[in-house]
Ligand binder design. Structure first.
Ligand SMILES: Nc1nc2c(ncn2[C@@H]2O[C@H](COP(=O)(O)OP(=O)(O)OP(=O)(O)O)[C@@H](O)[C@H]2O)c(=O)[nH]1
Ligand SMILES: [Mg+2]
Length: 331
């Protein structure tokens, strides 16, 4: 399942301009045709209410139903923008929508009273609606910023083979993803360059393989971990994939081999995932180690075709095991 793309969220000025311009256009036509004042004023209130309501409902509906999402996407959204914050903003928009509709009914009732200043009543309704919409300004801003981040979440097809590339920050994970797939995560010589999950793919014959880049993870207590590290764990935990664990044995990434191996062991212990351990940056220095399955240079392309062979073999093995497990579960 993929997350729906969220369209542009208008700000308070755009909502107000849209609703009032449309309503006054309608009123001008009625003035010119000599319609009664009561009808004109009440139609204007109704029109403004309808346009505002349409836009506010549209905003709420633009977002996925947060209570109906899978655990993976709920936690992904939570780490990306905060589910509670999102719920608060969306519910404020819905409440404003209801309040304006209620106000509108009240003011239309007032219009019916004899001897009242009808234009004054309609203007009072306008003033109150404008201030309600202005009160949503922070929420509308937040929802539009959240939308930009959420729209970057890649579509991951859970039915196709997936390769998650993980390891310490700055070891060359994104460089590996760039060289083996269509994924184009940013590469830079500092830690935590990758701040979100980025996906790409490659084909072997007709079969598509998805390659997922995740933020770097440090070996440190959970309480110290940042949202980016949790994003990486979330992907490893929730997505049935094979893992490419990238190590930088040259330590030019800024972290020691001991630290990197500790993380490797933690991931092995906590997640039951088929894994290939890869030593990167052999162009700088070749370091022998028993813990790696293959040594490569993502920069020069050295040994990449051998890496691809290993990936294909492991995916094949994993597919067989997954099928076996599902059959066993059904028995
Ligand atoms: N010499 C050499 N440099 C490499 C190699 N692979 C990556 N680098 C460099 O290492 C630095 C980090 O590369 P990235 O691919 O951004 O590393 P990352 O693991 O994705 O880093 P984060 O996203 O910050 O966790 C960059 O300066 C790369 O150019 C390699 O095989 N050889
Ligand atoms: Mg990266």
């Amino acid at each position: 399942m993929a997350l729906q793309k969220i369209p542009y969220i208008p700000n308070e000025t755009e909502i107000i301009d849209f609703a009032f311009k449309k309503a006054s256009k309608k009123a001008n036509i009625q003035y010119n045709s000599g319609t009664r004042m009561f009808i004109i004023e009440s139609d204007m209130i109704t029109a403004v209410t309808n346009y505002i309501s349409k836009m506010l409902s549209y905003i709420v509906q633009s977002y996925p139903d947060l209570d109906g999402l899978s655990e993976f996407y709920t936690r992904l959204i939570d780490l990306t923008v905060g589910v509670d914050r999102l719920k608060v903003s969306l519910s404020r928009i819905s409440t404003a929508n209801k309040t304006i509709k209620k106000l509108s009914r009240g003011y239309i009732k007032d219009l019916k009273k004899r001897g009242t200043n009808r234009e004054g009543i309609r203007k009072e309704f306008y003033g109150r609606s404008v201030s309600i919409i202005n009160g949503l300004s922070n929420d509308l801003y937040f929802l539009n910023e959240a939308r930009k981040k959420l729209n970057k979440i890649p579509d991951i097809n859970l039915d196709e083979p997936i390769i998650i590339v993980t390891g310490y920050p700055n070891v060359g994970k994104s460089t590996v993803v760039n060289i083996i797939s269509t994924g184009r995560p940013t590469i830079a010589s500092y830690p935590f360059t990758t701040k979100e999950i980025v996906a790409g793919h490659f084909y072997n014959g007709r079969d598509r393989y998805q390659v997922v880049d995740v933020p770097g993870i440090l070996d440190r207590p959970d309480s110290k971990r940042n949202n980016m590290e949790w994003l990486a764990f979330l992907a490893i935990e929730q997505v049935n994939s094979i893992i490419l664990f990238i190590l930088d044995l040259t330590e030019t990434c800024g972290y020691t081999v001991t630290e990197q191996i500790k993380l490797l062991n933690e991931i092995k212990q906590n997640f039951d995932r088929p894994m290939i351990t890869v030593a990167n940056k052999t162009d700088i220095k070749r370091v022998d180690s028993d813990i790696v399955d293959i040594s490569i240079s993502a920069k020069t392309g050295d040994n990449i075709s051998e890496l691809m062979e290993k990936i294909l073999l492991l995916v094949k093995k994993n597919n067989k095991n997954t099928k076996k497990r599902t059959i066993m579960n059904k028995v």
